[in-house]
Design a protein around this ligand. Structure first.
Ligand code: COA
Length: 250
């Protein structure tokens, strides 16, 4: 599909978000394409790492708000939920390269990555509460574990944004890399990882992650709460406000 580009090269599968006219906001079809790419990587012994990157100076503006508004489905039917579940069970090492905006799932997905590189202009934000929504992708569990409850509350409850420098200081990104070098750097780290003994990398990754049963349970809880929130008046109003604001000005 046009909005997602997938390239396999020397042991690395690269997924590029290319919906630049909509700041790479993620649609159901884009999630499905990424799920298929994850399945492909996990099933291909030739692939040792995945790079996930944006384009047009942006990582992603998060879930497509029009899709949220249209969605009267249950979370288990939503491609977004299938995507986060697949993300959490992915076996191939995942590297994110982030420049510009990383909103909503654009931020929460980095909690599932093995390595994250950010350009100096990267800006992270999880505005779930402002949209009448709640955290997803296990972020209500993983974020406080990674950065402490105080900062997690600032980011998830107040919806405050943070920049690359703060993300680096908090240990959410491995390094800040100039925009011009970002994608090449992520590709070189992915190639280095793909060239290492695969079984040793896989076992190390599994040990680093530890027991994931608590994560799966929390993600189910989040999915239920998110589903209820999606149907709420406050969420509908927030989506409508955005859609009206985003109407083409003629
Ligand atoms: N869903 C759907 N469309 C989106 C989108 C999203 N999450 N984010 C951006 N877009 C669209 C805009 O509607 C606009 O479309 P248009 O040109 O047809 O009007 C286009 O992308 C460009 O966005 P625009 O808002 O004009 O750019 P900006 O630079 O002024 O602002 C953002 C960029 C990302 C800060 C702003 O678009 C925004 O806040 N988006 C919503 C982010 C969000 O809340 N995501 C959900 C998280 S759970």
């Amino acid at each position: 599909m046009n909005d997602i580009e997938i390239v396999k090269d020397t042991g690395v599968l690269t997924i590029t978000l290319r919906r630049t006219d909509k700041k790479n906001a993620l649609t159901g079809a884009m999630y499905e394409a990424m799920i298929m790419a994850f399945n492909d990587a996990d099933g291909d012994a030739g692939i040792g790492a995945i790079v996930l990157r944006g384009s047009g100076g942006v990582f992603t503006a998060g879930n497509d708000i029009g899709d949220f508004l249209a969605s009267a489905q249950t979370p288990s039917d939503m491609a977004a939920w299938r995507f986060v579940e697949r993300l959490a069970t992915l076996e191939t090492p995942l590297i994110a390269a982030i420049e510009g905006l990383a909103i909503g799932i654009g931020t929460t997905l980095i909690l599932h990555c093995d390595l994250v590189y950010a350009a100096p202009d990267a800006r992270f934000r999880m505005p779930f509460v402002d949209l009448g929504l709640v955290p997803e992708a296990g972020s209500s569990l993983l974020l406080p574990k990674r950065i402490g409850m105080a900062k997690a509350s600032e980011f998830l409850m107040l919806g405050e944004s943070f920049d690359a420098a703060e993300a680096h200081r908090l240990g959410l990104v491995n390094a800040i890399v100039p925009n011009a070098d970002l994608y090449a750097h992520a590709a070189s780290r992915a190639a280095a990882l793909a060239a290492k003994p695969r079984a040793a990398v896989a076992t190390t990754r599994r040990l680093l992650r530890g027991n994931r049963s608590g994560l799966a349970a929390r993600m189910r809880e989040e999915a239920q709460a998110f589903s209820q929130a999606l149907q709420s008046d406050e969420a509908r109003k927030a989506f409508m406000d955005f859609m009206m604001r985003a109407k083409p000005k003629s």
